[in-house]
Every structure is written in C-alpha cells, then in structure tokens.
Design a protein around this ligand. Structure first.
Ligand SMILES: C[S@@+](CC[C@H](N)C(=O)[O-])C[C@H]1O[C@@H](n2cnc3c(N)ncnc32)[C@H](O)[C@@H]1O
Length: 343
C-alpha cells in the first residue's frame, strides 16, 4: 500500500495516489490535542488513534455513527495490524471505545456496527448494554474463499441500534427497485403494486434486513481503492438515507478509505471521519474531492436502489458529472487485482 504506483491494466480504475497528492491531502487532515467544538471537526478527516481523541469529541453531537472496526482476525491495515484475541477480550476492546462513543450520540441518534459471524455475538452483547438494538442486517458479501469442509463464508452482519425510541427511519428513501418477473394484474387488468416505464416493469419494495444487492468494490469500479476491507458506497448510502436527514452529522470512528464521509457528502450530510493510518486518510480526502466532481453512487440512481445487473437502466438516471475545478483525481490504470480480502 505504501508504494502506490504499480503498473495495472488499462480498465482498472483503482484509485492510487502520487506523493504530490498525498502532500496536498495531508495538509487537510486534522489532529486533536484537547476537547474540541463541533465546528472544528465538522466535514474533516481526523488522522489519529481513536482512543487518543474519544473524550475530545463534543457530547450529544452526532445523528448517526457507522462503525466498521477491525474484526477479531489477524489482519494488516497498511502500517497497522490487528491480532486475533480470545472473544471475551475482543468484547472488552469493543466496550472500551463504544462505551465512550455512546455519549457523542444525540438522544435521537442511530448507531450501526459491522461484524463477522465470529465476533457478532460480542458486538451484540456490548450494543445491548448501551443502546436499543433494532435489527441485525445480514449483508451477502458474495466474495469469499470456498471451502471443502465448511460453508463458504460470504456474509457479514451490520447491527442497527438507536439511542432511544425517538429516531429517524426514512423507509421511503431506501426502497429497492426490482424488475417484475410475474406481472400480476387486478380483475380490471391494472398492474398490482408494479408500474410500467420505458425501462420495463418494476416494483418498489420495502427493504429487508437481508441485503443481497451490494457487491464488494472491485477493480473496475470508480470508488475502488487498495484498502483491504473497503465497504461499498451503495451499502453506506442505504444506511445514511434511512437513518439521517439532509444536514445531519454522520461520524465514522474507523474511516478506512473514506466511504462513510464520501457518501455523507454526496447525500448532503455533514461528516466526521477518524482513521489512524495517514495513507487511508489521504485516500479519503481524495475521494471527497472526487465527490465534488461526481456525486453519483453506483447502484443508487434516480432516488432508488437498484438490484444487481441493472446498470444500463441506472445510467439513464445518473446525475451529470461536473468538470474538474482544482483537484484532479489521479486514476492510474492497473492490474485487475480482483479479490478484496474476505476478512
Ligand atoms: C475495517 S476498516 C474500515 C473500512 C472502511 N469502512 C472503508 O470503507 O474503507 C477499519 C479501519 O480502522 C482503522 N483503525 C484501526 N484501529 C484504529 C484506531 N485505534 N483508531 C483509528 N482508526 C483505526 C484501520 O486502519 C482501518 O482502516
């Protein structure tokens, strides 16, 4: 990850940064040395260890937290590594930051925390102590190593909690647009809960807690970086749209490549991102610059979420891309690296 400029295939759109880009983005990063006001951190990336700054963030200030922490696996994130520990120890680690982060959430706020199947029970028990747990979303990740003696692991959990019973849930904003296979009609021949358009027959359905329409970012997607566990913008868009309003504040304490901040910005929310690794912070800043030029989110177009393999239909709803102003994204061509780690 530190050497960003390897040779890649022409159609590979993975974002990489040159040293000059990093220099520019580094100057935008924030570091906190004491308690801060909301204005100081709003729409910024804080490049620091979460544990150093947890108590500096203003109380009752954010509407939505999305946390995608390192799972309980031995894994490297560029310069920092996470070592697998006994599950009880992992639970204590979760409690050590979630317990302190809870005070930052507004009484009307929501919290989402990601987990794999092994650590999900630990995440749930910590969340039950701190918030009202509302649902466990299962995301079918699709990618994962096949196994001869076990079930292929290709699902992750995302726990949804709220601070109280008074919370935002914009269900109309997160409906899924599905192609109609069986176009039932009423006795008068009128469509039953589907509509016909120039693109075909579609139905808008209520979103469930099983998400099968979101892929892991891969090399031909504009949002892809070399971050080993990057989440898709489409996944974040569903969470941000459901659990916040325009102008609200979204916090990600493990920002990684910046997905949460980028989506918050594209959807007209404010963001605060915290990430320990400087290169990932620079990637996040770069993606935030790209968001100014292209506010589109792959898989979300025309105000609805589209199921997989509907790209041509979605293109008709794509918002226009603006011409670059000052910062030019450095998109290097590259080798289809294809497989993002299955964590
Ligand atoms: C699972 S990844 C998050 C990926 C992110 N959701 C994305 O879409 O790119 C977890 C991130 O947490 C960061 N991290 C780990 N420990 C941290 C700490 N103590 N403070 C801040 N960031 C930390 C890692 O560097 C890594 O980028």
């Amino acid at each position: 990850m530190t050497e960003q400029r390897e040779k890649r295939a022409p159609r590979n759109r993975t974002i990489t940064l040159a040293e000059a880009d990093c220099e520019l983005y580094r100057s935008r990063l924030q570091r906190l040395s004491g308690p801060t006001t909301l204005e100081e951190v709003l729409d910024h990336t804080i490049c620091q260890d979460l544990f150093e700054i947890l108590d500096f963030l203003p109380p009752c200030s954010v509407d939505l937290i999305f946390a995608d922490p390192p799972y309980n696996l031995s894994k490297s994130f560029n310069r920092y590594s996470f070592a697998q520990v006994p599950l009880l120890e992992y639970e204590q680690w979760l409690e050590s930051w979630l317990g302190r982060l809870a005070r930052v959430v507004k009484p009307t706020g929501s919290v989402y925390v990601c987990a794999d199947w092994r650590s999900s029970t630990a995440v749930q028990s910590v969340l039950e102590r701190l918030f009202t747990v509302r649902s466990r979303i299962t995301w079918e990740r699709e990618k994962g190593r096949g196994s001869r003696n076990n079930w292929k692991n290709c699902a992750e959990d995302i726990w949804f909690c709220t601070a109280s019973d008074d919370y935002v849930f914009n269900v109309e904003d997160v409906k899924l647009k599905r192609r109609v296979i069986a176009p039932y009609t009423s006795l008068e021949g009128k469509p039953k809960d589907w509509h016909e358009s120039s693109e075909g027959r579609f139905r808008l359905t209520y979103p469930s807690n099983i998400w099968t329409d979101v892929t892991v970012p891969f090399w031909s997607m504009r949002e892809n970086t070399d971050h080993p566990t990057q989440k898709a913008e489409k996944l974040l868009a569903r969470i941000v749209l459901a659990s916040s309003r325009e102008g609200d504040i979204v916090l990600d304490p493990f920002l990684g490549s910046g997905t949460t901040s980028v989506v918050a910005k594209k959807l007209k929310r404010h963001y605060i991102g915290i990430e320990i690794d400087e290169l990932f912070c620079c990637l996040a800043e770069h993606r935030l610059s790209m968001a100014e030029l292209d506010p589109g989110i792959q898989g979300y177009a025309g105000g609805v979420f589209w199921e997989r393999n509907t790209l041509s239909d979605q293109r008709r709803h794509k918002p226009p891309t603006r011409q670059p102003e000052t910062v030019q994204p450095t998109l290097l061509s590259g080798i289809p690296n294809g497989t993002r780690s299955s964590r």
